[in-house]
Design a protein around this ligand. Sequence first.
Ligand SMILES: [Zn+2]
Length: 331
Amino acid sequence: MTCAICGGSAGETWLEGIPDHEYALPFVTTLVRCAACNVVQQHPLPAPEDLSAFYPSDYHAYQYHDSPVADRLKTRYSQRVGRRIRALIPADGAILDLGCADGSFLAALEPLGDWELHGLDINPEIIRRPRSPRLELRAGQLGPDTYPRERFDAIVASHLVEHVCDPVELMRVCERILRPGGILIGELPNLASWDARLFGRYWGGLHQPRHLFFWDRASFLDLGRRGGFAAVRTFPLLQPAHWAISVQNLLLARFPRLRRFARRGRLPLYTAAVLAATPLCMLQNLAGAPSIMGFLFQKPPIQRALPRDPRPGRDRERPDPAGDREVNETS
Ligand SMILES: [Zn+2]
């Protein structure tokens, strides 16, 4: 193998013969751990043009509006992320959500600031009906020239980095289109979580064939540095979804007939399993082995004699340079 992250050539098979537990698409994958950088990756990696075959039309992330209760919970979760962002960028800054779908996340941020709200999604159908007229949504994949250099104050990449063929290039492009002091924030599965260790080949975070890479905290911080970010940190998030999907994966493997009850990749027991797993998630977060890691990477601010932007207040709320610290805050 050649590691897509560090270029290393030595690695060992971590898991093989992994099917698509959730959607039963006809793919079987092998996952290999790089001996040099410790990142687990699909081997062989798919080509970018082959990725769309991994996403069925009923893929769960395309379905945002199941019920008013679920909608409200998602809005509250999005606004928690929004408040993290608000503490770090100007009140009139520009935010880009990568993998924005119909812009539900961005729409939830509208009450929190006078921000420019941009979204990019690979699926042209889903951006056709944006959640709010204030959003500027585009279809396509993020490349070096998709947006101008230093265009955004914050980029959100939640459950995205593990889906792309070249995560190092993704980091570099994000760093390029962020303004000095700008932040990249998101979340992803934690390879070193309790649930990953317990469920192994049935772990919900595997999400094969759609997840191409898996990191633990140290290897993901390393990815941020490879992308040019000076200040990198992760934090635990309370998110029991992988526990529920793991239980579901085990049940579907043991009792394949249950699949006829699945809707959008989820069995009816899913919500109950999420609730039941919440106390376990709290415990694993306290133990420093969360199911889902949040991450916050910051581009170094440039010290200037004069403000870069003539608009008053533009530079007022810039955070101090965070240096090279790595904090594992509790959230
Ligand atoms: Zn490597």
